[in-house]
Design a protein around this ligand. Structure first.
Ligand SMILES: NC(=O)c1ccc[n+]([C@@H]2O[C@H](COP(=O)([O-])OP(=O)(O)OC[C@H]3O[C@@H](n4cnc5c(N)ncnc54)[C@H](OP(=O)(O)O)[C@@H]3O)[C@@H](O)[C@H]2O)c1
Length: 176
């Protein structure tokens, strides 16, 4: 049976490379990021080279309603997600006293809130089907405080703590 993975932040960097690797393994993909043209070009390349199905769902995960909208589109298309890769994220540098709150608020929304919301939306289906995996991309920044990148490091500490916690909840572990 075909397995489908959803990758956030698939338009560049780690998410783009994970898309290449998962496509080579024969997984169908759902690609999410803001830059639709990058995602479309990637989807065309992966479908051509690996004969898989790739769906492109451009979203700005800094928008609070984006995870629910994404989930609604998946449901409308009858697309079940077997593997969720919460990879989208970004940082920022500077003295907290000087940095831009709007940028940090978006960072909290993408790195923490969207990751948590997508997990909550997609996990129940995985548990019900007794099949599924979630990969939350944190960082070595998760393991220590980061002066001059205080908010970014703290978001990654959250990702690590959250992921380790749910990996040890019985229902979640049972789903794989
Ligand atoms: N690179 C490193 O050294 C490193 C180390 C440890 C952890 N990480 C983590 O790895 C993950 C990927 O990082 P990367 O280095 O591959 O960075 P990257 O090349 O900048 O890629 C970030 C991805 O996230 C997406 N993204 C950013 N803001 C978004 C938003 N508002 N809505 C939807 N998608 C958004 C970007 O797509 P669009 O711009 O098209 O939206 C892009 O696809 C991040 O969580 C990062 O914290 C990176």
């Amino acid at each position: 049976m075909a397995v489908t993975a959803l990758i956030t932040g698939a338009s560049s960097g780690i998410g783009y490379e994970l898309a290449q690797l998962m496509a080579a393994d024969g997984l169908n993909l759902v690609l999410v990021a803001r830059r639709a043209e990058k995602l479309k070009a990637l989807a065309q390349q992966l479908e051509r080279e690996h004969h898989i199905q790739v769906r492109v769902l451009p979203k700005d995960l800094a928008q609070p309603q984006a995870p629910a909208a994404l989930f609604a589109e998946l449901q409308a298309a009858g697309c079940e997600i077997d593997i969720l890769v919460n990879n989208a994220g970004f940082g920022g540098y500077g003295l907290l006293v000087e940095t831009d709150w709007a940028h940090e608020a978006q960072m909290l929304q993408v790195n923490i809130v969207a990751l948590t919301h997508l997990t909550k939306l997609l996990l129940p289906g995985m548990v019900a089907r007794q099949q599924g995996y979630i990969l939350n991309v944190a960082s070595t920044a998760a393991f220590l405080p980061g002066p001059l990148m205080a908010v970014y490091y703290a978001t990654k500490a959250y990702v690590l703590s959250f992921s380790e916690a749910i990996a040890n909840e019985p229902e979640t572990t049972a789903s794989g």
